[in-house]
Design a binder for this molecule. Sequence first.
Ligand SMILES: Nc1ncnc2c1ncn2[C@@H]1O[C@H](COP(=O)(O)OP(=O)(O)O)[C@@H](O)[C@H]1O
Ligand SMILES: [Mg+2]
Length: 327
Amino acid sequence: MAGKGGTGKTTISINLALALRDLHIKVGIADLDLTTPNVIKALGLRDASVGINVGDTKWIPANELGLKILSTASIIEDDKPFLWDGKRRKGVISEVIESTEWGDTEILILDLPPGTTEETTGMLALRPDGVVMVTNPHPLAQFDYAKMVDLLNLYKIPILKRIINMAYFKPKCPHVKCTAKSHRYDIFGDSDQFKDSYKIPLDQEIAKTNRVNLDDLAKELIEKLREIKIKEIKKSEAKEEVMTTQLDAAKAELDKTNKKVEELKEKLKKENEKEENEKEEPPATTGVLMDQGLASKIGTEKDDKKDKEKDDKKDEVKEPIKKDKKK
Ligand SMILES: Nc1ncnc2c1ncn2[C@@H]1O[C@H](COP(=O)(O)OP(=O)(O)O)[C@@H](O)[C@H]1O
Ligand SMILES: [Mg+2]
């Protein structure tokens, strides 16, 4: 990636791919610069349609120079201005990454256009492991670089390496191996200010052949990617451990709840049984009490009735006498 165009992104992409290949890494390279795709040309290959198998659900990258290559050059018309809208551009990016048979590819290099076009944001959304930033020492290039760093921070994508391309020009002279400032021209600005960057000089040979040896950069990047992968594995292992602990705690809680449910069931069963027993044989004490109460009540009622009858009879006996008297 880079903020600016023409800083050497494609040059670095293809030479990095070749260097990784020489280190026995299985490399893929995809040209995501839809406006000006030139990976194929920069690699010295003629056929621009190489790598795309349109019509099928999967795109098949070409196998050339020991690399898997996929260029968008064949899906756009090379000699016409490129006028795709953002949505269509973004769609192609996910096709290239997700619907292409990259097979056993270990490292996939994506060559991007400058700036924050849909190609770039679409690629960032797919979360690459890291980004190599290619810039030159010029203040304008650095200004655009700073904006891209902000964007990467936003997406939380790490910068694997910052490359200062065309860092200086060193004419061929007897001091071939000398990089002293007095023997070089910092054409675009003081390149000594970029301390931790990988510097590539401005070189006529690179412009002519598009080739530059990047073996040491490739080794450094392999190491960084390995570190990132190890970190990712450790992170996912730690996550797994936390999840296992949480799962165990949840299981223990569930066991507790199940036990409680069983206890309640048992209690309910016992209560039901007790109720059933009570229905079948009413407890003696309760019956006696009820009978006594009832009996005494009934008894009183009976006594009252008897007393009344007695009184009535007495009256009957008295009554005729009265009548007789009247007679
Ligand atoms: N270090 C360099 N020295 C000389 N020419 C270079 C260097 N890096 C790149 N170039 C040339 O600069 C031009 C633009 O490079 P390119 O990789 O296409 O840039 P980008 O992909 O960023 O637009 C190409 O012609 C390339 O050969
Ligand atoms: Mg380019």
